[in-house]
Design a protein around this ligand. Structure first.
Ligand code: NAP
Length: 354
């Protein structure tokens, strides 16, 4: 089904104050849309003031609504009159919780179900754009070991994660699968997913708990001064991810999944890019820690397990982003993305030396 979209109805963005969604709200307002933006607590001034600032002076209109992923019916009011629903809200945490089911999987899966059940009740909805992830495509780098050139694309699904192993990745694949299941039970709205790699690039908010921001902070705050594991992933600029949501929403023939990765990098390469630009002012890591040492000491130093280390460290990974190019995505250079993001982390005072 190719929906005919009027572009004059409001657009719903869930989790609107987040790292990715704030850019999305900005682009929608720049293009003159009315944005129905859900946040958990619209009275929490510090989490919404950047959105109010962005809205000032832009042609679109921002309307804030309270909604919680865990509350059934929570999104009904905000969805009224919307043809497009952009569902970005989902916890992106890699540490700081004891119960992964409650902290990650439940909000991701139940939240997706609650948003899509609201879409079923809201006659105006024609398309849902879901912020999924490459985490719904693979769980561990070793999953790509037997693929030609170790290269993943939209045909692949993460089958290796569980609530006990890589619970964030599991929350994303379980949520996306639930979304496709619910989409197939009806024919009024279609579903398009964007599946970004690790997202970097300047943030419009200083409050996001997004784990990708913390990853970049860890490069410069001393936590990794002794070295980094030989760990590679695909990365993409936050502005390209927001643009991809727009293209996924407003391109009538957009369909299925879109893997968004501008390029692959290793942790050491990231450090080299940052050192080449910022010099030795920050304790960027200089060496790769041998895998046996990571295996021995990694679990003592951070939220990684030996199973994760075995299945990821030293395993290359690549991505095929051709389908996203056909949608019209043009990617930022990943070095520029990292430099701009790190500069902003400095400017925002987020870098506390450890
Ligand atoms: P973020 O800044 O932490 O945003 C996550 C948002 O989810 C927050 O705005 C938060 O809303 C909302 N949220 C969390 N729990 C909620 C709940 N129970 N009820 C309502 N809202 C809730 O992280 P982000 O990086 O922008 O992530 C946005 C989306 O992109 C997520 O789906 C994430 O999985 C996906 N993604 C991120 C990356 C990445 O590298 N950053 C890569 C691929 C995919 P409040 O602020 O109102 O609490």
């Amino acid at each position: 089904m190719t929906p005919s979209l009027s572009h004059t109805t409001p657009v719903l963005v869930t989790g609107a104050s987040g790292y990715i969604a704030s850019w999305l709200v900005r682009y929608l307002l720049e293009d003159g849309y009315t944005v129905h933006a859900t946040v958990r607590d619209p009275n929490r001034q510090e989490s919404i003031k950047h959105l109010l600032n962005i809205a000032e002076g832009l042609p679109g209109t921002l309307k804030l609504f309270a909604a919680d992923l865990l509350k059934q019916g929570s999104f009904d009011q905000a969805m009224q009159g919307c043809e497009i629903v952009m569902h970005t809200a989902s916890p992106f945490l890699l540490e700081g919780f004891s119960d992964a089911q409650q902290a990650l999987v439940r909000p991701a899966v139940e939240g997706t179900r609650h948003v899509l059940e609201a879409a079923n009740r809201t006659q105006s909805v024609r398309r849902v754009v879901l912020t999924s992830s490459v985490a719904a495509i693979y769980g561990d780098n070793i999953d790509a070991r037997d693929l030609p050139d170790n290269r993943l694309d939209e045909r692949h699904w993460n089958t290796s994660s569980s609530v006990h192993h890589n619970p964030y990745q599991y929350s994303k694949v379980a949520a996306e699968q639930e979304a496709w299941r619910l989409q197939k039970l009806q024919d009024r709205w279609d579903l398009v997913t964007v599946n970004p790699g690790m997202v970097f690039g300047p943030a419009l908010t200083t409050l996001s708990q997004s784990a990708s921001i913390d990853t970049l902070i860890s490069m410069g705050d001393g936590r990794l001064r002794t070295g980094v594991p030989d760990l590679s992933y695909g990365i993409v600029d936050v502005r390209d991810v927001a643009r991809a949501h727009m293209l996924a929403a407003f391109t009538p023939q957009a369909s299925g999944r879109y893997l968004l990765v501008a390029g692959e990098t290793s942790m050491l390469d990231m450090a080299k890019v940052l050192r080449s630009h910022f010099g030795n002012r920050y304790p960027f890591p200089r060496m790769v820690v041998p895998k046996p040492l990571v295996w021995l000491f990694g679990p003592l130093m951070g939220p990684v397990t030996r199973t994760f280390i075995s299945a990821n460290v030293g395993h290359p990974i690549r991505f095929d982003h051709r389908r996203s190019l056909e949608l019209g995505i043009r990617y930022h250079d990943i070095h520029q993305t990292l430099q701009e993001h790190f500069q902003q982390i400095i400017d925002d005072g987020l870098l506390k030396q450890k």
